[in-house]
Ligand binder design. Structure first.
Ligand code: 2P0
Length: 351
């Protein structure tokens, strides 16, 4: 009898914010990076993509579909196709081992995704999107894959997506293999390891960034004279130091590395020909506000970081919430708003 079941699985994946930045690809097709990176997703973070994956022989043959926030998306791109192909191959291997399993690998896929954060606020995230897509299909196919194994697939959708398969403190090891088999994400510490950590987002601009990450990082690799030192020396040392700071819950060390690495990344952007400007005057005001907060406290209690756009993410310890939130009210003039600590908030970036 023909199988007319509609098989389904749902999952969520969080937005992640890098404190040691991914910038540069050694293989653009496989999204293999020139340096390792490390990100933070706070516990109870509420910026997520929710995705349901379904497959059925009832769906139109040969047509995989993806709906994001109610709008049909093109799934023919190489990145989405790579994810579908890899996941189907793993399911086919399972089906070959066990003939009793329903034949799902060849059925059309129907994917429905919703971001629970406003796309219009400039908080786009290919990271949460591809991580949720990969995990939902892996669950649908009942693959016995760990998050680290799935990170190899999510990376091919978007580099930073491999880090969104975990919460908490996550490293993406760049790996050395040409086929990307060792370019994987793993947990450095769970979010519960450092319950006092907080973050807020300063939404400086909701506008779409001028230079996409993929284009920008290729230009930096090709033209920046600062870039090689960052990739070969600066980041490897910082990855070790950051993991140590997180394990020791040493906020001052965490903050120092976070701010330095954001500045190093933006310095390489400025050193690109033609130069790439992601930070603007309001971003720089946020930097000065964090410097002032730390000077007033007499120690480092807050840290800024900026991705490929002008929005600031500020990390701080819960006990300093009043000082940090109060200081940022002064930066609000000229911005489109900010979102942040509702007890605990998570940051989102412009990917
Ligand atoms: C990061 N960014 O580590 C860095 C910091 C932006 C600045 O990962 O081409 O969207 O899909 O692999 O992952 C943005 O790059 O780029 C990014 P692709 P992605 O979070």
């Amino acid at each position: 009898m023909a199988d007319s079941t509609v098989y389904r699985a749902s999952t969520t994946a969080p937005v992640n914010i890098a404190v040691i930045k991914y910038w540069g690809k050694r293989d653009p097709k496989l999204n293999l990076p020139t340096n390792s990176s490390l990100s933070v997703t706070l516990a109870q973070s509420d910026l997520r993509t929710h995705t349901t994956a379904a497959c059925s022989t009832l769906f139109p043959a040969g047509q995989d579909t993806l709906l994001l926030n109610g709008a049909a998306q093109d799934v023919s791109g190489a990145r989405t196709q790579a994810c579908f192909r890899e996941l189907r191959a793993l399911r086919e291997a399972l089906e070959a081992q066990d003939p009793q399993l329903p034949k799902l690998a060849q059925q059309p896929l129907r994917i429905v995704s919703e971001n629970n954060f406003p796309t219009a606020a400039g908080l786009a995230s290919s990271a949460a999107g591809f991580a949720a897509l990969v995990r939902a299909i892996a669950d649908l196919y009942q693959l016995p894959a760990t998050p680290t194994e799935l990170s190899r697939i999510a990376r091919q959708g978007s580099g930073s997506a491999c880090r969104s398969l975990f919460g908490g403190y996550v490293a993406w090891e760049k790996g050395t293999a040409a086929d990307g088999s060792d370019s994987l994400a793993y947990e450095v510490a769970p979010a519960s390891h450092w319950p006092d950590m907080r973050a807020l987002i300063l939404v400086v601009s909701a506008a779409k960034k001028g230079v996409s990450s993929t284009t920008g990082m290729q230009a930096t690799v090709a033209t920046s004279s600062l870039f090689a030192a960052r990739a070969n020396d600066t980041v490897p040392a910082r990855m070790r130091d950051m993991a140590s700071a997180i394990k020791a819950k040493d906020f001052a060390a965490f903050a120092d590395l976070t701010m330095k690495d954001s500045n190093s990344f933006h310095a390489c952007c400025l050193d690109t020909s033609p130069p790439i400007f992601y930070m603007n005057d309001v971003s720089r005001a946020a930097v000065r506000a964090v410097e002032a907060i730390n000077a007033a406290a007499g120690k480092t209690v807050a840290a800024y970081t900026f991705d490929a756009g002008p929005n600031a993410v500020v990390y701080y310890a819960a006990e300093h919430e009043a000082a940090v939130a109060g200081a940022f009210k002064a930066v609000l003039a000229g911005t489109e708003g900010w979102s942040g600590a509702r007890g605990e908030a998570v940051a989102a970036d412009e990917k």
